[in-house]
Design a binder for this molecule. Structure first.
Ligand code: ATP
Length: 417
């Protein structure tokens, strides 16, 4: 693996050198682990650095952050820490640990362990490899479960038969990685995954943990592949029993993909989620938001998408509609809801109006401000906002162009000589 490590950016190589020295001084052992190792072998770009320490992970992180003079965030209870090396580089440090699941789908009991213990608690063989970053062993791949062979053979393979029972969120992870890398879930893993689905294990986990994995899945580059696989394997009743994903839903999701790609957007999961639950009504959507606790902002967006009614769409599609009217309809909506509308109404006048809003109207500014109103001797108050709004509407509709025009209009509105 030395060759792979040497191809990393110089800042990361400097970090590896320092981390190795610190661990050696502490008489501990340090390894890169998880997705970083997987992606290094695959040649995929990934600088999410995860280091596991056999020894005291917190003390190691403290020394590492000190030598870089960088910020440190510690979670002492979990014996983990994050060292913020630079604006684009951070390292997550964990103390090697052992996990024990006292009951299915519940959080495990954790204690300090060896690298091997740490690997038993992971999801798939391809995510359970380590690279030593110390002295004589520098660059050595430690692969207890055959992860490298599974990478070569394009297989997603669990570590033990109870894996999906212990942590059913791994069902979504298996689908996410299978479709991201164009791999296949290995037959035995697939059989146990299906059994866990049959046992409705996804309904037994804390909804917030399912939510987090669902969000990661929807943040993939082309999540329609993952969504199709979910339809085949898990269905969507774990979101809400009433949810059926039809051909129409897929058409909408495919249209969302096109819209996101034309705007060069990756990872706007809320838009895909709104597409996925398009068949639900407002009441059902509220239930889903309550269950998954998406956070205030995201919940607001999801609910707003359900409040778009026929009257709104008719107004937005009216022949000869003025730009100022398009602005007043669309500007209160979030970017995500507007993208959803663009995907839903993907041709004709509505599409054109949305495009005009996104490309032009939403970037327009006035050449005048409240200071100009003050200079003109207009008494400050709520009137200012009203006047500026009128001028802005006139600007959108092409009635006034430059600053002089705008000042003239202000005088007229304020009935000044
Ligand atoms: P990505 O490229 O999507 O970030 P990743 O493999 O880095 O993928 P993370 O979710 O960041 O994924 O997790 C880091 C590592 O932690 C994984 O590689 C895996 O070894 C382990 N892991 C994460 N979630 C689980 C889980 N639910 N069960 C077991 N191991 C997990």
């Amino acid at each position: 693996m030395r060759e792979y490590l040497k191809r990393l950016p110089s800042q990361v190589q400097e970090l590896i050198g320092l981390a190795g020295d610190i661990a050696e001084d502490m008489n501990a052992r340090a390894y890169f682990v998880g997705g970083f190792v997987r992606d290094l072998i695959l040649g995929a770009n990934n600088l999410d650095l995860d280091i596991v320490i056999e020894g005291d992970g917190i003390a190691f992180a403290e020394k590492l952050s000190k030598s870089f003079g960088s910020k440190l965030i510690c979670h002492r209870r979990f014996k983990t820490a994050t060292v913020m090396i630079g604006p684009d580089l951070k390292v997550d440090v964990a103390t090697a640990r052992k996990e024990f699941y006292p009951s299915p789908a519940h959080l495990p009991v954790v204690s300090t362990g060896s690298l091997k213990d740490d690997y038993f608690r992971r999801d798939f063989t391809i995510n359970a490899m380590a690279i030593s970053i110390m002295g004589g062993n520098f660059g050595k791949l430690i692969d207890f479960f055959g992860g490298e062979a599974d990478l070569r053979n394009k297989r997603i393979c669990f570590l033990h038969d109870l894996s999906f029972i212990d942590d059913p969120t791994r069902i979504l992870r298996a689908i996410r990685f299978e479709k991201r890398f164009n791999f296949k879930i290995e037959p035995k893993t697939l059989k146990y995954l299906k059994q866990a689905v049959k046992m409705k294990m996804l309904n037994k986990v804390e909804p917030q943990r399912v939510r987090d994995e669902l969000i990661l899945l929807l943040k993939e580059e082309r999540p329609i592949k993952q969504i199709r696989r979910m339809q085949g394997l898990t269905g969507f009743d774990f979101i809400i029993p009433a949810l059926s994903v039809s051909k129409k839903t897929y058409q909408l999701i495919s249209s969302i993909e096109k819209v996101c790609s034309s705007h060069r957007i990756i990872g706007l999961w809320v838009v895909y989620f709104m597409g996925l639950i398009d068949a639900l009504d407002l009441k059902q959507a509220k239930k889903v938001c309550d269950k998954f606790a998406f956070g205030k902002q995201n919940t607001k967006k999801i609910i707003a998408s359900k409040r778009i009614n026929r009257k709104f769409i008719t107004s937005l599609g009216k022949k000869g509609i003025k730009p100022s009217r398009i602005f007043s309809l669309l500007s209160p909506l979030s970017y995500e809801v507007i993208l959803l509308l663009k995907a839903k109404y993907n041709r004709g006048i509505i599409r054109k109006n949305i495009d005009d809003f996104l490309k032009t109207y939403s970037h327009m500014h006035l050449g005048v401000t409240g200071y100009d109103l003050q200079e003109l001797g207009i008494r400050p108050g709520p009137n200012y906002q009203k006047i500026l709004k009128k001028v802005f509407q006139a600007r959108l509709d092409g009635m006034v162009k430059d600053r002089d025009d705008q000042l003239k209009l202000i005088r007229k509105i304020a009935k000044l000589k």
